[in-house]
Structure formats: C-alpha cells, structure tokens
Design a protein around this ligand. Structure first.
Ligand code: MG
Length: 433
C-alpha cells in the first residue's frame, strides 16, 4: 500500500437546536448543537470522517484549529499512520509550536480529537470492521502501543495495562457474541432538559421506561425548588427501581453542591454529574465524601488523560464519563479506559450532542469486550436528537445500543445535511427568521 492522505476538509456545521430548547441545561441555556466536521481522503479515494462537538458560537475557531493540523496529515503515508496510530496521535498532540495552545487541552486538543477520530474511521473502513471490533481484535501489545505513558506511569504502567488486557483476552469471543445479540445498556437524557415543562418531563420519563430504559437523567442546578419538584415528579413517573441520574453541568461551587444535594437525597438520585468545575479534582473528592451514597460522575469536560488520572488517584469519582471528542480521539480514550479499569471505576460515556452517540458506542463496546469485561453499572448516554443526519445512525432496542456493524466509527454525516447546515451560508441558516 503506497497510498497517501491527499486532503483534509473541515466544515462548520450547526443545527439550530436552541429554537426547541433541546439540550438546555444550567450552563447552556441555548445551545446550537454543532460539529467541526472533518473528512480525510486518500489517493485511492478511501475516506475517513471525524468530528469535534461544540454548541454553536466558536465552532469557526474549532474549525480553524483543525485546519492548523492539516500539514501534519496531508501527504502522509496511510500505511505508516495505520501501522502506529499511537505515534501519530503523539505527533498531533505534541507539535512543537501548536502545543503552546494547550498543551493537550481545549480547542487544539479537540482538533486533534476530530483528526484522530477520522483516522480511526478510515482504519475501520479499510479493515471492513466497526471500530469497536477493530480495537477488540487487536493484541494486548498493539493496544498498549497506543498509549502515551509519559504522564501516566505513576498510576498505570505498560505492564499493568498488558495484565488488564491479557486478563480480559480469554473472554473476548463470548462477550462479542453476547454484545451482538443483546447490545450495550443505555440510559436516556431525553426527558430531562431544563427547558421542558413538567408535563413533557413526566410524559417522556414514562415513555423512556416503556422503551426499556432502566436509567434516565434530569438536568438540575438552576432552581433548587424546581429541582426537588421535577425529581419527585420523575421518581413518581418511573417508580423506585429505575435509576435517575442528575446533571448540574458545573453550576455549583463545592459547598453549594453539597447543600443543594441534601434535600434531593431522599429522592434517591443515582449519580450527580458535573457538580462543579471540571478542573477541580479536590472539589470533586470533597463533594463525593459529603454526598455518598450519591455517586459523583464527571468527564465530558475533562480535558485529557492526566486529569482523569488525578480524578481516579484522588478518589474523586464513582463514574468516569469519557467523551469522544474532548480528548484526543479514540487513541487517548483507549488510555482512559485502561486507567478506569486499573482503578475499578465504571465508564459511562457522555453522548448526545452531534454524533457523540454514534462514536462513543464503539469505545464502550470495546471496553466491554476487551478491557473491563463487564457491563455491570455501565451505561451509554442516549439522546434522541439529530441521528437522522448520519449515514449510519445508532440503533436502540429495548434500552440497549445494538452493536454497529458498519465499518468505521459512525461519524459520517449525510452530504445533504452538511450542505444544508453549513454555517453561515447553508440554507437552514439563511432562511431562519
Ligand atoms: Mg452532562
């Protein structure tokens, strides 16, 4: 194979979701769900698609950051990149000038995510496999080669990572069979957006249980009295056996989080998600000690594997919520899954947005088959929005994500959706009143 990457295209794609208050929470009252959408093409016309998710304004900044990575990608040998995706990821994150913009955090890191995800999509397509399966069939040694251990070694050594993967290897086939049969458990955030009326909340919570979900999630953190009322309405609607997670989207300080949660505790919330700043590791640890048995969850804004390492080392979280495009793509997420396994903390990926469900299911399924080996207390977030824009949208059945069979990572948008939603020139935006 002498093929090369010949182009990297990036599009600013936005959906006017703020019109319906879909996605509204305590910190994001009016998001327009958006994607910095990346397509790489090879000299023999193969393609890989990836994206970084944003919530509207600033997506043009994200797109500019991806464009800044173009010289690291275009002209490269496909065989060379696919032979050592770990080395390529370290180049994306470690460029000596671009690194100043992070390092390994924020817009430039999310740009690396979009590119790394596009490369894994290409790898899956060329192998004829969905990425969960491509990863799950790699050897423990190949998987460990994806990880940059430089800043992780005090918590996870290559030998420990190998032990985890080798320990899970004998059960891979059986778990793949079960995954293909049953899928992976999901929970839904659809009922719980902050902008929805009580009636809509109750109706959607009932529908979620009827659809087979065993966990739902409500947004909280704007109005304490309304949170108590909405949580008790939801509890009444779903009964005592369905888990209800709550999500503050970073609304509180540490003491405030503890105070706010006290009156909610009798309604048995399963986890509190993003109670405070995503960078406040000791704050999460203090909240966790104070609000147990309510579990503490975070990760969708956790900027990189080093922060996840510290959250785990500090005993600050019960649930790790990795995100497909916040850290540097599939490659860095493999490291994060290994860290979580090392500390015995379940991974429940963040999803929703644009294309996050489509991508993140591959990581959870790989984790089940080849890393943690279990789905116990593990659920993938599901939000019932915007899937129709993807060429291979997620499929849910009876509260489970069915294992995708389409080769690649699932982030390919339909060309007509890209054309219609391009910002600001797409017809959807030109025609808005
Ligand atoms: Mg959240």
């Amino acid at each position: 194979m002498t093929e090369q990457i010949v182009s990297l295209d990036v599009s600013d794609v936005r959906f006017p979701t703020s019109r319906e208050l879909d996605g509204s929470d305590a910190m994001n009252p009016e998001p327009d769900y958006s994607a910095t959408y990346v397509t790489i093409r090879t000299s023999d016309s193969a393609q890989g698609h990836g994206l970084a998710f944003t919530v509207g304004r600033g997506n043009e900044v994200q797109a500019a950051a991806v464009a800044a990575l173009r010289p690291l990608v275009v002209g490269r040998s496909v065989a060379e990149l696919l032979a050592d995706p770990g080395a390529f990821n370290r180049e994306l994150v470690g460029d000596s000038q671009l690194r100043w913009l992070g390092p390994a955090k924020g817009v430039i890191h999310m740009a690396a995510a979009a590119v790394d995800n596009a490369l894994w999509d290409l790898a899956g397509r060329l192998a004829g496999k969905p990425v969960w399966r491509l990863l799950a069939e790699m050897s423990p040694e190949q998987l460990v080669s994806l990880v940059d251990f430089r800043y992780l070694r005090d918590a996870l050594t290559p030998e420990e990572a190998l032990d985890i993967l080798r320990g899970a290897a004998p059960g891979r086939e059986e778990r793949t069979r079960r995954l293909l049969e049953r899928g992976f458990p999901a929970y839904t955030t659809t009922p719980g957006w902050l902008g929805y009326t009580d009636e809509k909340l109750v109706r959607l919570a009932r529908e979620a249980v009827a659809d087979g979900f065993r966990q739902i999630k409500l947004k909280v953190g704007a109005d304490a009295e309304a949170d108590r009322r909405r949580l008790s309405l939801a509890r009444e609607a779903v009964g005592p056996d369905v888990r209800i997670a709550i999500d503050a989207n970073q609304a509180w300080g540490v003491a405030e989080a503890i105070d706010w949660l006290r009156p909610l505790a009798p309604l048995d919330p399963y986890w509190i998600e993003e109670p405070t700043s995503p960078d406040d590791i000791m704050g999460h640890a203090a909240i966790r000690r104070a609000v147990a048995p309510i579990r503490v969850a975070t990760g969708e804004h956790c900027q990189n594997q080093v922060m996840f390492k510290q959250l785990l080392q500090a005993g600050a979280i019960d649930v790790l919520q990795l995100d497909a495009s916040r850290v540097a793509g599939v490659t860095e997420n493999v490291a994060i899954l290994l860290l979580a396994a090392r500390f015995g903390v379940p991974v429940c990926p963040h999803a929703g947005g644009v294309g996050l469900c489509e991508m993140v299911q591959h990581l959870a399924m790989f984790d089940y088959v080849a890393v943690s080996g279990t789905t116990e207390n593990r659920v993938i977030e599901y939000v019932d929005h915007l899937h129709e824009h993807f060429t291979a949208p997620v499929t849910l059945r009876d509260g489970h994500y069915l294992a995708p069979l389409t080769p690649g990572l699932g982030a390919e948008l339909r060309p007509e959706s890209v054309a219609a939603h391009r910002y600001p020139e797409g017809p959807v935006w030109r025609e808005l009143p």
